[in-house]
Ligand binder design. Structure first.
Ligand code: ZN
Length: 101
């Protein structure tokens, strides 16, 4: 499914942001984020909060890892049906490498 992550800056004068990042609770937040998980049935689950720069990178990495797993699962399903997955596999490895887990 097509998950997404959205980041926006915020003005501390007008937005009542927390003092600490919602994820690591260690650093002050820089971004307002919205992580969207799209379920198999098309329903979307939104996780929202304020995060620091490092956690923003972690969220992006999480998005990439999730996508890599989906590509891998799709590839395995096609392979199980005896379809040629050479091009798909080449693209997946070029995109994500083999170490994204
Ligand atoms: Zn953080």
């Amino acid at each position: 499914m097509n998950d997404s992550v959205f980041f926006a800056t915020f003005d501390p004068l007008y937005i009542n942001a927390p003092d600490a990042c919602s994820l690591c609770v260690a650093q002050p937040p820089i971004f307002n984020y919205e992580y969207c998980i799209e379920e198999e049935n098309g329903q979307r689950q939104y996780i929202k909060g304020f995060c620091c720069a490092r956690c923003a990178q972690d969220l992006l990495k999480k998005l990439a890892t999730t996508e890599a797993k989906e590509w891998e699962a799709e590839e395995a399903a096609l392979e199980a049906d005896d379809l040629d997955v050479t091009d798909l596999q080449k693209r997946r490895l070029a995109t994500f490498g083999s170490s994204v887990r």
